[in-house]
Design a protein around this ligand. Structure first.
Ligand code: AMP
Ligand code: GLY
Length: 425
């Protein structure tokens, strides 16, 4: 099998690492990839936006499967384009990807299917939105309808903050078209978790649960980031909750999209808030999470390529998912200053020593090769991942490996998994 992975983050390195273990694999490409994927695959300098180039490449190299990591190409219809050209790709169509690409679309489906979610209203007029907020009071949540790179949600604790969020999105249009429509919703309290399913449009199977750490500082404080760490499983997602999510969320959504004539094939990710009053779905993503993937895939026993092929071909019912009875942790090492300004081009030391143990993997995100060195090239630089018997062991192995890595101004949270195991280094 010849496989092309689209993307360049830690998630895509983890996908490449897992696919590379498959005996079915003949050749692996990642576009554009990073210094980590370069060690196990051939990086191709190609932008997913350039659908023409992707199609041409897939035909020239006789690619058997395209796996798309990030949301943008899905929302732009890359899967539809590839399908039209006879290239097999695993991921949702442009229509189905609206579950992530439009918060209003997702909320309307949840309402129709009576899926528990925050009470909401959709607005295309700033004044009406402001009147609504004035009436509802704070705290309140203002969400840009379209994709905003994780920056489109404001949990406003004061009236001026809520008004500012509406103004920035709808009047100043800082998110462009994506922010012309907004969703305003009730603020929920509870514990968040990520539950991701794989589906071929008919059969739905849940992957292991996980939880990420979105805030930059310890104790879940400071601004939001792309994710500073994760762990799997997430104890807050009990077996009973998994069953409930499958029956009340995933199966109904997949059935609904099939009935709408656009079956959902791909990974369907529900961000859930577990409240005192049961679960509520915060959002859908139509892909694997980052950094959730980095802690889910090391626990998966199955041949990942075989799983993806079965799902792409509508044969997911033939596969039984098997999970290692191990806990997994990912600690993200970022460039100092991230998510604001940071410097790049710092030489990274200790990468080989860090992954000496078979229970450790180091997934690259913002890295690139510069002559013989690997240097930093982004905000989130590496995800150090460790497996252990229980969260305590996974954490201590992972932080030991983190200690072996160094670059100038590196930053990481020392309390990943703090909610699960009370170990703080
Ligand atoms: P989303 O992209 O919708 O998941 O929102 C990003 C983050 O904002 C979530 O992970 C939550 O931490 C927070 N958030 C979103 N919606 C709500 C809500 N209704 N109440 C409280 N926090 C929320
Ligand atoms: N970790 C959150 C996401 O992938 O959207």
């Amino acid at each position: 099998m010849k496989v092309l992975i689209i993307g360049n983050g830690g998630r895509e390195h983890a996908i490449a690492w897992k696919i590379a273990q498959s005996p079915k694999l003949k050749k692996l490409y990642v576009a554009p990839g990073n210094a980590g994927t370069e060690e196990i695959a051939e990086n191709i300098d190609m932008a997913a936006k350039d659908q023409e180039a992707v199609v041409k490449f897939c035909k020239k190299e006789s690619i058997n499967l395209v796996v798309i990591g990030p949301e943008q190409p899905l929302v732009e219809g890359l899967v539809d384009r590839l399908a039209k050209e006879g290239v097999r790709a695993f991921g949702p169509s442009k229509y189905a990807a609206q579950l992530e690409g439009s918060k209003a679309f997702a909320k309307e489906i949840m309402k129709k299917l009576a899926i528990p979610t925050a009470e909401f209203s959709v607005f295309t007029d700033a004044e009406l939105a402001m009147d609504y907020v004035a009436k509802k009071g704070t705290p309140i949540v203002v969400k840009v309808d379209g994709l905003a790179g994780g920056k489109g949600v404001v949990v406003a604790t004061s009236m001026p903050k809520a008004m500012e969020a509406i103004h920035l999105s709808m009047v100043k249009k800082v998110f462009g078209k994506a922010g012309e429509k907004i969703v305003i919703e009730e603020c929920l309290n509870g514990e968040e978790a990520s539950v991701i399913a794989i589906t071929d449009g008919e059969t739905v199977k849940l992957l292991a649960s996980s939880q990420d750490h979105k805030r930059i500082f310890e104790g879940d404080s400071g601004p939001n980031t792309g994710g500073m760490g994760a762990y799997s499983p997430a104890p807050v997602v009990t077996e009973a909750l998994e069953k409930e999510l499958l029956m009340r969320v995933f199966i109904p959504v997949v059935k609904e999209l099939k009935e709408q004539g656009h079956p959902f094939k791909g990974f369907l990710y529900a961000g859930v808030m577990v409240t005192g009053d049961g679960f509520k779905v915060l959002e859908f993503n139509t892909r694997l999470g980052d950094p959730e993937t980095q802690v889910i895939l090391p626990r998966l026993e199955n041949d990942f390529l075989e799983l993806l092929l079965a799902a792409a071909d509508g044969m997911l019912n033939t596969i039984k998912l098997e999970w290692k009875d191990r806990d997994c942790v990912c600690v993200v090492i970022a460039s100092g200053g991230y998510p604001s300004d940071f410097e790049v081009g710092k030489k990274i030391a200790g990468l080989l020593t860090a992954k000496e143990s078979a229970d450790i993997a180091v997934f690259h995100a913002g890295t690139k090769r510069q002559d013989k060195d690997i240097v930093t090239a982004g905000g989130r630089v590496l995800g150090v991942v460790g497996l252990g018997r229980g969260m305590f062991e996974a954490l201590s192995k992972t932080y030991n490996a983190v200690d072996k890595i160094f670059f100038d101004k590196m930053y990481y949270r020392k309390d990943i998994g703090h909610k699960v195991a009370r170990i703080v280094k």
